[in-house]
Design a protein around this ligand. Structure first.
Ligand SMILES: C[S@@+](CC[C@H](N)C(=O)[O-])C[C@H]1O[C@@H](n2cnc3c(N)ncnc32)[C@H](O)[C@@H]1O
Length: 250
């Protein structure tokens, strides 16, 4: 049974965060999809990268927690299902599993990695990019500060886990996936406006706020972050750090 909740709006997502998939091409290159391979795109979103992988000759199956995203992926011509990384219905099935910008949302990372290892064929590869140690540090700190200044907002719950190289390598190795490459990559990323980012990515943090409280939250985060993440010449930039990796099932 799928326990997690998720609300992603593909239209908003595509308009303000196309950078998520556009900047992930190096991860697709690392995957090296081959003709005739069967590849799972885990947390496929609206399918932009699944399409890219199919263009390179592989057959892709997308899985995503969000029904809206799965519909959008289907509309892109990719076979896709609603499902969660922590409960995949596959065993020894895929030549490769790919995942971009999803695994840092999954608190039960060991369970996700166990499911990935089970779904891969022996010798199959797991290629992923996720938020890594230090990712969006200033942003998370600002959001936490605003919650602390407004006791009426309730407790600040961080929905993400951004692992280190050591932590994720140990996890993969201990679940039968031999790490071939893993690197933490600082990637400051230009975005259109911090308010749009908060609208899309902070919904897990702000879901219990009233619409009025949410506006206050966004304005105060914006004020704190303007000094740190905004420059007149280049606009807003988020302090992203990616963890990119490739591992092979033993
Ligand atoms: C930031 S988006 C990235 C989408 C896509 N991979 C891309 O690069 O554009 C994260 C996606 O992960 C999905 N997601 C979150 N938790 C998930 C889970 N436990 N299992 C599967 N998908 C999940 C969300 O629904 C969302 O579509």
């Amino acid at each position: 049974m799928i326990k997690e909740t998720n609300s992603w709006n593909p239209k908003k997502y595509n308009k303000h965060t196309a950078f998520v998939s556009q900047l992930a091409m190096p991860a697709v290159d690392l995957l090296e999809p081959k003709n005739g391979e069967q590849i799972l795109d885990l947390g496929c979103g609206e399918g932009a990268l699944a399409l890219e992988i199919e263009k390179r000759g592989a057959k892709v199956i997308g899985v995503d927690l969000s029904e809206e995203m799965v519909k959008a992926t289907g509309a892109n011509g990719i076979e896709a299902y609603v499902g969660t990384a922590t409960d995949l219905p596959y065993s020894d099935e895929f030549d490769a599993i790919f995942s971009n910008a999803m695994l840092h949302w999954v608190k039960e990372s060991r369970v996700a990695v166990q499911n990935i290892a089970k779904a891969l064929k022996r010798g199959g590869r797991f290629v992923a990019e996720l938020g890594g140690e230090g990712n969006a540090y200033k942003l998370v700190k600002a959001m936490q500060e605003v919650f602390e200044n407004h006791k009426e907002f309730g407790t600040f719950n961080n929905p993400w886990h951004f692992p280190s190289v050591q932590e994720y390598s140990d996890l993969l190795n201990s679940e039968g996936l031999r790490v071939e490459y893993i690197e933490l990559i600082p990637r400051p990323t230009l975005i259109d406006d911090i308010s749009n980012w908060l609208d899309i990515f902070a919904n897990g943090i702000t879901k219990d706020l009233t619409p009025g409280q949410f506006e206050i939250f966004k304005l105060e985060c914006r004020d704190i972050l303007k000094e740190q993440l905004y420059a007149k010449e280049s606009g807003w930039s988020v302090d992203y750090v990616r963890l990119r990796l490739k591992a092979v099932k033993l």
